[in-house]
Design a protein around this ligand. Structure first.
Ligand SMILES: Nc1ncnc2c1ncn2[C@@H]1O[C@H](COP(=O)(O)OP(=O)(O)O)[C@@H](O)[C@H]1O
Ligand SMILES: [Mg+2]
Length: 298
């Protein structure tokens, strides 16, 4: 890591004001403090996967989380979503707070989207999107008429208005991921946690989904934490990029991208974007950068 640049980045990030979610007018923040995660190892002992991560996410923006395979990205994201591995204390030590309140379970404001869609094959597209409202918890919170209206509006917003009666098997991978995204967004979460959501899609479809996510976020900003292993995806979507080191994961880099979205392919080829790409790849491949201070603005 370029420690000088990172120190500047972190100092500036720390000085940033808490920004208010424009929809709910409530502040939105996730705070990870000294997070350590260890997993028991077969035959005894334990494996330290996350080694003291502290991170403040305090704006309704898109934060890209990158890191080598197996470094602990999903583990960290699950922690933010209150998804705990069965029979294992998580985190081993440290604390996750949402909006300043310690959080050790599922949280209504944080909803997850996975690469494998998790769509029910026996339900129509519309019923899949409406599925959370079958749960008593959400039925009690959202009046039926409002839930119906949200589902219909979200089907249109993700471009599935004409597919509402179809089953997931009749849809493409991209369309299935739109269903999963819609199901998350009907809950109007202030925090959306996405674990390599477009990783199984072809390049063209992935680009379309990135554009869709940008549009949905612009129209309805929330804090998105987006795990990816795709550096281009991080550069095209991220307001902020957090790079984790190899296991045990620590924060290897943390910087902002100020270029407005949608970002053009010309910007992607610019010296600024190329420098950021190199900076990320240096960390992912554990290369010693030695490139001096990068002109990345925070
Ligand atoms: N429930 C678990 N029990 C034991 N080891 C686990 C468990 N969950 C994750 N791990 C281990 O933790 C490491 C990080 O996993 P993960 O967070 O899925 O990585 P990533 O998403 O970065 O690829 C891996 O070595 C994985 O095998
Ligand atoms: Mg993962």
């Amino acid at each position: 890591m370029n420690s000088e640049a990172s120190q500047i980045d972190r100092a500036d990030a720390g000085a940033a004001p808490v920004v208010t979610d424009v929809v709910s007018r409530k502040p939105v923040s996730i705070e990870l403090r000294d997070i350590v995660q260890e997993f028991p190892v077969h035959g005894g002992g334990s494996l330290r996967v996350i080694d003291g991560i502290s991170l403040s996410l305090d704006r309704p923006e898109i934060v890209m989380l990158l890191g080598p395979s197996g470094c602990g990205k999903s583990t960290l994201l699950h922690m933010m979503g209150g998804v705990r591995p069965i029979g294992i204390r998580s985190p081993t030590s440290g604390q996750v707070s949402i909006d300043g309140v310690a959080c050790d379970g599922a949280h209504d404001d944080a909803v997850m989207v996975f690469q494998r869609y998790a769509n029910r094959p026996d339900l129509s597209v519309r019923d899949n999107v409406a599925f959370p409202f079958r749960l008593r918890h959400w039925r009690d919170k959202v009046p039926r008429a409002e839930a119906e209206q949200r589902v219909d509006a979200m089907l249109e917003a993700v471009g599935l208005g004409g597919h509402r009666r179809h089953r997931p098997a009749q849809l493409s991978g991209g369309q299935n991921q739109r269903v999963a995204l819609a199901r998350a967004l009907v809950l109007q979460p202030r925090i959306l946690l996405m674990d390599e959501p477009f990783g199984a899609l072809d390049a063209q479809t992935r680009g379309d989904m990135q554009t869709l996510l940008h549009t949905l976020h612009r129209n309805n900003p929330c804090l998105i934490v987006f795990v990816t292993h795709d550096v281009t995806e991080a550069l095209m979507l991220g307001d902020r990029v957090v790079v984790l080191s190899t296991q045990p994961a620590r924060i290897a880099d943390d910087f902002r991208i100020v270029e407005p979205r949608p970002r053009s392919s010309a910007w992607q080829r610019s010296s600024e974007a190329v420098a950021m790409e190199e900076r990320i790849l240096d960390q992912l491949h554990n290369r010693s950068a030695g490139r001096g201070t990068l002109s990345v603005t925070i």
